[in-house]
Structures are given as C-alpha cells and as structure tokens.
Design a protein around this ligand. Structure first.
Ligand SMILES: [Zn+2]
Length: 351
C-alpha cells in the first residue's frame, strides 16, 4: 500500500475544469482512498493512471479551505494536503502492441482498440519514464515519445506526404519539408468510443477519424464537416432571422453569401459574410473578431452618415460612396441599421 500527501490542483482543459491529484505511481482506482482534514473525499472519477479526479466544486472547496487555514494561522504559506492511500497498478501490456508499426496497425480496426492503444502509450511512459517510438497516424496525428497525441494544423490537412495509415515519424519527416510542419494540441481530436457528434447524432467511428476528422469546438467534439456546416447555418440564421428581418420586411430584401472578409483563413472560412440587396440598396455585413462590420454600398440611398453616427465612438469611415461602421454586438448592429432606415424613410416598418 502506498501513502502520499498531495494538494488538489485545478485543471483547465477544453472539456472543462476539474480538481486533480497527480500521484507518484500508477494506481488501481478501486483501491484509492482520499482523506482531507480527517474526512473522506470521494473522487468523481480517475484518469488513465488511476489518479483521482474531482468535481470543480471539490477542487475549489479545497482551495477555499487552504486559503482560510492560512488566513487563520499566520503569514507563511502552509499547503493543505490530502492523504491518499492506494495500491500500485502493474502495467503489463506488451510494448510491441502500442510501440511498433504492426502493433499500432492492429489497433486501427475500431475506435475502442485505438483508444486503448493510445492509453497504453501514455501509461507506459508515465510508469517507466522511457521514451516511446514516434509515429504519424492517418497523416495528421503525431504520437510523440511522451505518449501524447498532437495533430497537424487544421489548415494543413492533406498537405503532407504520408504513404500509409501509420508510419514512423522519421519517415514522415524525410518525405516532407519539416519547416512547414506545425503540431498543435488544439487541431484535430480523437474521440472516445461511444462519444456522439451533437450535430448528426452518430457515434464516432474509426473511419471518421481517418476521413473526416473531429474537432473540439465550444467544449464539444464534432465531426469537422458537421461543425462547419452547423456554424455556417447558425451565422445565416443570426444575420437574417435575428437581424435583417427586424430592419426590413422579408420580402423587401434578399441576400447572397460572401467569403469571410476578415478571418479568411481555413479556421473561419466557413463563417460567411452577407451581401444584402434591400429595397434601399446593398449592405455588406459580417463578423469581425469581436464586432460586426456594416458597410452601406454606393448604390444604397444617401443619408447623412456623419450626423447620424456623430456620437458613436467606434471605427467608421466613408469612401467613394461606401459608408462603413463597426458595431460592437448584434443589438448595436440592429440599432445602426434601423437608424439609417428611419432616416431614409421615417414611416417604414418591417412588421
Ligand atoms: Zn456529425
């Protein structure tokens, strides 16, 4: 039986926040007992290494208590420690099943086997501290020597030469311009067997990872294509149903989509901008990073731009008949558009 004294740390990940204790050795989860200030503390779950994970509330309660005790007992910081007893887990998975081309290839028949293989790499490194062999999986995932999985940037998908589903990292480096390769922890993700894409409702499969790729966005895992389509339709809904429909009657405008005029990189190319053809003329609208760009085009009826927006302390300009202003959010965008329509035609109502 092992006994350790440790603090609870708060982890921030894309999946959320939680409390965590990192033990010195691998643990059998069913044997782990945690005591804090004489009271048992029940972990919410365990990580790959059998180390206890706690809810964010448990983690924060620990922090509040530690803070309170230090306030009471003097100026020098004294860490509050939980006591953990556990039995060590002997990791006995054969190394060739997760650290050779053949072993990894055998794990590629389904998602669950792939998950287990990747987990074995992590545990092996944690237990032994021995560097693993390095591989490239499906041309985009980098299995590094520490058991971590990184991926190439989303924009680089399909850009690099890779001759098989799994190949040695050295081979991959030899066949490609290494200066162009960037690995990131927030590119593609590998879901856990049983996870479901919230858009299409389908369980992720190994083929999804191979062909479509999965992404973490706003704290959830999606098929890459599902996410892009969802996000695009959401943008269209916001700018039509929740904005333009409040300014013009549905029959008084139509629109076409434009390429994103601000963040026209791969990551944002699926979020369109809009060219609205209204009864008063054309307006181009679209999201900037933290604001909304509105540009009344040359053919839009004339109005006294300077007068209308004199008190608005935001980016605005006029050039060759175009009039441009940045709205801080959707309600402000609505306010600006409506102000102009009311000036041109005070009796007009969209309803
Ligand atoms: Zn999907």
């Amino acid at each position: 039986m092992n006994i350790e004294k440790k603090r609870i740390s708060i982890c921030h990940t894309e999946k959320g926040e939680f409390g965590h204790i990192s033990l010195d050795k691998l643990a059998k989860p069913e044997t782990v007992k945690v005591t804090l200030l004489g009271e048992p503390l029940i972990p919410e779950s365990f990580d790959y290494f059998g180390h206890p994970k706690f809810t964010i509330e448990q983690g924060l309660l620990f922090m509040y208590k530690e803070n309170e005790l230090n306030r009471q007992y003097g100026s020098k910081f004294t860490p509050l420690e939980a006591e953990i007893t556990y039995e060590e887990l002997n990791f006995d998975v054969t190394r060739k099943t997760f650290d050779t081309l053949r072993g990894i290839k055998n794990s590629l028949t389904n998602l669950s086997d792939l998950n287990n293989m990747l987990q074995s790499r992590k545990i092996f490194y944690k237990a032994n501290g021995i560097n693993l062999n390095q591989f490239i999986l499906f041309g985009c995932f980098y299995l590094d020597k520490f058991g971590q999985v990184l991926s190439i940037e989303k924009a680089d998908k399909g850009k690099f030469i890779c001759h098989s589903e799994i190949e040695h990292f050295d081979t991959f480096l030899k066949n490609n311009n290494t200066q162009e390769i960037v690995f990131t922890s927030n590119g593609y993700s590998i879901p856990t067997s049983g996870d479901i894409c919230p858009c299409c409702g389908k369980k992720f499969t190994i083929d999804d990872i191979k062909n479509n790729s999965c992404v973490f966005e706003s704290g959830k895992l999606y098929h890459n294509n599902c996410w892009r389509n969802y996000r695009k339709l959401k943008e269209i809904y916001m700018f039509t149903n929740q904005l333009m429909d409040l300014v013009y009657k549905e029959t008084d405008y139509h629109f076409s989509l434009l390429p994103n005029g601000y963040l026209n990189t791969y990551d944002y190319s699926y979020i369109p901008w809009f060219l609205f053809h209204t009864i008063d003329g054309d307006i181009i609208i679209g999201h900037l990073k933290n604001s909304i760009s509105i540009e009344w085009q040359e053919n839009y009826k004339s109005f006294n731009f300077n007068n209308i927006f004199i008190s608005e302390n935001v980016t605005k300009w006029q050039d060759n008949g175009k009039r441009h202003i940045c709205a801080t959010d959707m309600p402000t965008a609505y306010k600006y558009l409506e102000k102009v329509v009311k000036t041109i035609n005070p009796s007009y109502s969209p309803f």
